[in-house]
Design a protein around this ligand. Sequence first.
Ligand code: ZN
Length: 152
Amino acid sequence: MSDELDDLYRETILDHTKRPRNFRALTDANRTADGYNRLCGDKLKLFVKLEGDVIKDIAFQGSGCSISTASASMMTEALKGKRLADVQHLFDEFHQVVTGPPDEMPDIPEDLGKLAAFAGVRKFPVRVKCATLSWHTLQAALKDDHKPVSTE
Ligand code: ZN
């Protein structure tokens, strides 16, 4: 990855850390789940308003490091209005990009959009769980699974 792109990604993550999008409770959510990353101390609660197979609205609250906050913020932004099949597709792509071999940079699928900013996380294995916490919590919410998600 070029340094320029690296800087752009860093700025994107910083922006979402400072001003997280969709950071609120959804009073009309019909799916919720709690996630906790013990390794770092990241906590989040995810709210989803699912209508049929479309995510009508999605929001989160919680406290965590910059990576986990930015990841949740960008995930909610990316998934609002998406169908579940597309959500699963994005989850798979995101997971692949973030958890690949640390010494290799991935080919970034185009539809990943801004979420590609997290590709660099693979170089820091301890940060991978910060980046994927919101996504694992989302999976639990969609399954309507009320057991708190732990990243272990
Ligand atoms: Zn973290």
